[in-house]
Design a protein around this ligand. Structure first.
Ligand SMILES: NC(=O)c1ccc[n+]([C@@H]2O[C@H](COP(=O)([O-])OP(=O)(O)OC[C@H]3O[C@@H](n4cnc5c(N)ncnc54)[C@H](O)[C@@H]3O)[C@@H](O)[C@H]2O)c1
Length: 324
């Protein structure tokens, strides 16, 4: 089996590429390194069963070739991270919409199976946690750029579902909730790597908002297991699945836990959202998935709890000091 991983030099994509190689697949990674890093896959380069193509999913010819050279596609390339989306609104929309369209059209030529990475952001500020796949989407105004990420990914889902319904393209959608682990960067607003770096440097841990907001975190190892389980069960095609951890923790508690685990003297400081992001920024108070659907279809349950995830991330930054 030859697998194409778009965004394979990124955080989740590089872990997925590793697991596919372990399973005996050949892997092609297509990535333009916009938020990914060469170092995430440099240990894989030089292998006969691994190929890195440094190019963009916005180039139709590049995508057609990469898809033609593969048996199945894991589409993870996207503009990601609240901060990145706010700072690069135009590029984000183009990559997430046009890029996905290119992938689906190319895959449809020979009906190659596609996994599409979506996000819990599609639920917007819906307050009824835990979210079920068929819950309503509650969004803010178009003048608040953060909602564009939610809309682009929702459009990707509509497109994928339309390709399934009209063309019978086998495509499965995974809505990731906060996924964490080694190689995730804190540069684009991801909270755990940001807190860990701040704690290791002895700087203030900057909590956005009151810190009362809660999130459920999932280890990237579990996310990869879920992706493979979904792609390897034909009953999952044409469907949407939540992929995430179930146990919520408040961001305040998260900061305190990281500070304690690192043994840091850092202070915890609270910064208004407007200051951290943009005027009028809105956040969701609570976010957690109902994962009974993926469990029912594949038996998937996350194996790593938040404490184990934090230990792994802290170890990662301690042994890669240049990334702090
Ligand atoms: N990490 C999370 O918590 C999370 C949550 C929800 C959804 N997701 C989704 O999972 C996927 C992977 O996210 P991640 O956390 O690994 O982020 P990431 O930024 O590490 O990975 C995205 C990758 O896509 C690449 N990319 C961006 N634009 C590209 C383009 N035009 N052409 C080719 N490659 C391009 C980037 O260089 C990067 O390597 C994304 O689709 C994201 O929306 C992630």
């Amino acid at each position: 089996m030859k697998s194409l991983v778009t965004g394979g030099a990124g955080f989740i994509g590089s872990h997925l590429a590793e697991r596919l190689l372990e399973k005996g697949d050949e892997v092609i990674v297509l990535d333009n390194l916009s938020t990914g890093r060469l170092e995430n896959v440099s240990h894989l380069q030089g292998r006969d069963d691994f190929e890195l193509r440094l190019d963009t999913i916005l180039d139709e010819a590049v995508v057609r070739r990469a898809v033609a050279d593969s048996d199945r596609i894991f589409h993870l390339a996207a503009a990601v991270g609240v901060k990145f989306i706010i700072d690069n609104p135009l590029e984000s929309i183009e990559v997430n919409v046009q890029g996905t369209e290119n992938i689906l059209h190319a895959a449809n030529q020979d009906k190659k199976p596609v996994f599409l990475a979506s996000t819990s952001e599609v639920y917007g500020k819906n307050e009824n946690v835990p979210f079920r796949e068929d819950d309503d989407r509650v969004l803010g105004s178009t003048t608040i750029s953060r909602w564009s990420y939610s809309c682009t990914k929702a459009l990707d889902e509509f497109l994928a579902l339309a390709f399934w319904r009209e063309k019978r393209l086998p495509v499965v959608i995974g809505r990731f909730f906060n996924t964490v682990g080694p190689r995730q960067t804190g540069r684009y607003g991801m909270v755990i790597p940001r807190f860990v770096k701040q704690a290791l440097l002895g700087r203030d841990l900057t909590v956005h908002g009151t810190g009362e907001q809660t999130r459920a975190f999932m280890d990237v190892k579990d996310a990869v297991s879920a992706i493979l389980a979904l792609m390897e069960n034909d009953d999952c095609f044409g469907q949407v699945f939540n992929v995430g951890g179930e146990k919520r923790i408040s961001i305040k508690r998260l900061a305190e836990t990281i500070k304690k685990k690192v043994g840091s003297d850092s202070e915890i400081k609270y910064i208004p959202y407007e200051e951290a992001y943009e005027e009028g920024f809105e956040d969701m108070i609570h976010r957690a998935p109902d994962i009974s659907k993926i469990n029912e279809y594949t038996g998937f349950k996350p194996e790593n709890d938040t404490s184990a995830i934090l230990d792994r991330v802290i170890d990662y930054f301690r042994s890669n000091e240049e990334l702090i």
